[in-house]
Design a protein around this ligand. Structure first.
Ligand SMILES: C[S@@+](CC[C@H](N)C(=O)[O-])C[C@H]1O[C@@H](n2cnc3c(N)ncnc32)[C@H](O)[C@@H]1O
Ligand SMILES: O=C(O)C(=O)C[C@]1(C(=O)O)C=C[C@@H](O)C=C1
Length: 262
């Protein structure tokens, strides 16, 4: 299949250029949605590899008759990757985002797509919806925008909605406990953005805008939170600089159900 990240017709991201907008905190508004494919590709090292790989991972874990979630779906890149990799059509992908400008565009791309697996779009807060029995849940650079104290309750609920052996894919920008390592990764990420054509001003403005909006945590914090939520195995399957993706697997046997049934 073609890489879903190349399906989107995107304008060049000039949101933080001279001609662009100001010093407001970052938000997923109309201006961002319009340039989003270009913005995320040029800001997140590894993004164009991670998206089709999530399709492959979903194909291994998706079970007929269950839901696959794309949480914080933006324009639906992960939804399309899953839709074209999952071999069955008995089930559905539920794609959720609380930004109207994203969901409207996502709707457009799903309508253009010829995949057979049903897709349901929801404009909603992923913390507030009821979850259906699921075999795959993807959070591709979404949890980092949820307030830190609310991350564990959300992951606990997602773990509960997963079928035995189900998979949660968590991609995040991470922080480092060691200040020298943190500084090194920040410098390398800045180099990456510069190599993608962003100016010093664009890089600095976006950094300021994201300051209290995107809160990165360490890899260890993410790993421990997933284990605490009841995942049986957590494995790092991708890292590019300070951007990682983890695969967390629900236990094959649902211990909690067994405990309550005796
Ligand atoms: C970095 S983007 C995700 C990129 C996307 N998953 C992809 O692979 O292209 C983060 C998305 O999460 C959404 N988001 C943030 N907080 C949310 C929440 N509480 N509920 C639903 N969506 C949320 C934002 O609107 C945004 O579209
Ligand atoms: O950390 C940065 O500088 C980023 O630009 C990262 C990031 C992300 O990880 O979501 C932030 C906002 C946009 O959605 C695209 C990329």
């Amino acid at each position: 299949m073609t890489n879903p990240t190349s399906r989107f017709d995107s304008e060049t991201d000039t949101v933080y250029s001279e001609a662009g907008i100001s010093t407001e905190p970052f938000s997923f508004d109309e201006a961002v949605a319009r340039v989003f494919p270009d913005m995320i590709r040029r800001s997140v090292p590894g993004y164009t590899t991670i998206v089709p790989m999530i399709g492959l991972i979903a194909a291994r874990f998706a079970r007929p008759g269950t839901a696959c979630y794309d949480l914080g779906c933006s324009l639906g890149a992960v939804t399309l990757a899953m839709r074209h990799s999952i071999p069955h059509t008995d089930g559905r992908i539920i794609a959720v985002d609380n930004a109207e400008s994203m969901i409207e565009r996502c709707q457009h791309y799903i309508a253009l797509d010829d995949g057979q697996l049903p897709v349901e779009l929801m404009c909603a807060d992923i913390q507030e919806i009821d979850y259906q029995p699921a075999s795959v849940v993807a959070l591709n650079f979404t949890l980092q925008f949820i307030p830190v104290a609310e991350r564990a309750p959300l992951l606990n609920r997602l773990r509960e909605s997963l079928e035995p052996g189900g998979a949660l894919i968590l991609s995040e920008k991470i922080a480092f406990a060691d200040s020298d390592e943190q500084a090194l990764h920040e410098a390398l990420h800045r180099d990456f953005k510069r190599a993608q054509g962003y100016s010093e001003m664009e890089i600095s403005r976006k950094r300021n805008a994201l300051e209290e909006v995107l809160i990165p945590e360490t890899l260890e914090t993410h790993r421990q939170r997933l284990l605490d939520a009841g995942f049986a195995r957590v494995t790092l399957w991708q890292q590019s600089l300070n951007f990682v993706s983890l695969l967390a697997l629900a236990p094959e046997k649902d211990n909690r159900r067994e405990e309550t049934s005796v």
